[in-house]
Design a protein around this ligand. Structure first.
Ligand SMILES: NC(=O)c1ccc[n+]([C@@H]2O[C@H](COP(=O)([O-])OP(=O)(O)OC[C@H]3O[C@@H](n4cnc5c(N)ncnc54)[C@H](O)[C@@H]3O)[C@@H](O)[C@H]2O)c1
Length: 434
């Protein structure tokens, strides 16, 4: 195997993947149509929170670029011509109505097809509805190249399973599943994937099986989160502390209910069920085959609105209320606000008349909210503090002292249960938890 490849799409997955291959001894070319992204990569000034065995992503990037082992471009025509392996990692955005925007993937395949040569290998790693590799990727590559998949070039699909912030570790240790258009494609792709991964590669009987497996891995987590949130809703209805209820259930050795929260965000879980639904054009068929996944997605999508309703009760209305979000990212310790339920909750409260400020040193503050940088000043300004996640840089001990100093003047909405065992908080009328 030649230790040379190109990565198409240099986002949260593609860029760390490219660097992992460079650190594994490969020469890598990266292509991304977003010129700002390419500039940020070239100047090693990414806001991304990935590290490579403790070395920050920008330091690794700087070295890989300086050594000439990574080249990046925004033009397909500038990719080196001697590359034989291409890995596609562009995304498929989902609109509010759960419709899928396949245009980026289609465009990437058409552009790549124009470069494709006899003997090349294309591995798609984007998360896609079942049938996309054979039904969209393959024809786009074939049409643009004039070549035939499985005859003139190899084609495979392997799902991407990393969690942001742990990319380098998981590219090397998360087991991989791969399917190929034929056995030659399968074996060749498994070799490329295995070159940076220490675990045996699961060679599946078809591409479609691997596409489906990826969706069910994430969709199952959507269902489990919906279960936890519905346990919490039920508990709230009967004024039972939800966390304690879940702890009690989980003492059963075969029960594992997750922690409840204000919803679920990020690039993966909220998208998994819509990808599943996107595999079934007929809505009635979706309802028939996947009712649990449909209702779990609806429940998780509605969770921020439910939480906003509970907050409105606790605050005796939201109009004009000064609400401070301590953390806005989509999950604990993340810099990512993609589909963040905290953002949805903040927007909902704002629409309900609240004045919302946000303190988060790690994530970008979405448009429309004032940023707070000083916890003490922010807490003194606020009438309510919302803790949707745990976030780096927040001094929770100081927050605790400020809350207790306020002597009930601040409503604390602790949706991560950060202070749930604190005797100063438990049972107080100003302390709201799930
Ligand atoms: N982020 C994660 O943790 C994660 C984990 C597992 C799987 N995935 C899946 O991996 C895929 C990539 O996710 P991501 O988070 O890196 O997305 P992303 O949006 O961060 O990155 C995608 C990149 O592709 C680029 N792009 C778009 N069209 C292009 C084109 N025609 N040619 C070249 N580049 C193009 C975009 O500019 C962007 O930089 C998605 O399918 C996602 O569902 C993501």
């Amino acid at each position: 195997m030649e230790k040379k490849l190109a990565v198409v799409g240099l986002g949260y997955v593609g860029l760390p993947l490219a660097l992992t291959y460079v650190l594994g001894g490969f020469q890598v070319a990266g292509i991304d149509v977003d010129v700002h992204r390419v500039q940020a990569i070239r100047s090693a000034s990414l806001g991304m929170r990935e590290d490579f065995d403790g070395v920050p992503v920008n330091d690794v990037l700087r070295k890989c670029l300086a050594d000439g082992n990574l080249v990046v471009t925004s033009m397909f025509s500038s990719l080196p011509r001697d590359i034989e392996t291409y890995i596609i990692t562009v995304g498929i955005p989902i609109d509010d109505d759960w419709s899928l925007d396949m245009s980026m993937l289609a465009s990437a395949c058409r552009s790549l097809g124009q470069l494709l040569k006899r003997g090349d290998l294309v591995i798609c790693r984007s998360t896609v509805p079942v049938g996309t590799t054979r039904g969209l990727v393959m024809p786009a590559l074939e049409e643009a190249s004039g070549l035939k998949a499985g005859v003139d070039f190899d084609l495979a699909y392997s799902s991407e399973r990393i969690a942001e912030g742990r990319a380098y570790e998981e590219f090397r240790t998360m087991p991989l599943v791969v399917g190929g258009i034929n056995s030659h494609s399968l074996e060749r792709a498994a070799e490329v994937l295995g070159a940076i991964n220490t675990k045996p590669v699961f060679k599946a009987s078809s591409i479609e099986l691997v596409e489906a497996a990826k969706m069910f891995e994430n969709a199952q987590r959507d269902v489990n989160i919906a279960v936890a949130n519905q346990v919490a809703r039920f508990a709230n209805r009967f004024d039972i502390p939800a966390w304690e209820l879940i702890d009690a259930c989980n003492t059963h050795s075969r029960v594992k209910i997750l922690a409840p929260g204000i919803g679920v965000g990020g690039h993966c879980i909220p998208y998994a069920s819509p990808y599943l639904f996107g595999s079934l054009a007929d809505v009635a068929e979706r309802e028939e085959l996947l009712p649990t996944f449909v209702s779990a997605r609806q429940a998780n999508a509605a969770q921020p609105a439910y939480i906003a309703g509970r907050m409105a009760q606790a605050l005796h209305g939201t109009s004009g209320r000064r609400v401070l979000f301590v953390g806005i990212a989509m999950k604990d310790y993340s810099d990512d606000v993609t589909v963040s339920p905290a953002v949805v909750l903040a927007r909902t409260l704002k629409d309900m008349g609240a004045v919302v400020h946000v303190l988060d040193d790690i994530a970008d503050i979405p448009a429309g909210f004032d940023r707070e940088t000083d916890l003490r000043a922010a807490v003194r300004w606020a009438q309510a503090a919302v803790l949707p996640i745990r976030q780096s840089g927040v001094d929770y001990e100081m927050l605790r002292e400020l809350v207790l100093e306020a002597q009930g003047g601040l409503c604390v909405c602790d949706f991560r249960g950060i202070f749930r065992d604190d005797p100063g908080f438990a049972g107080q009328p100003w302390y709201m938890r799930l």
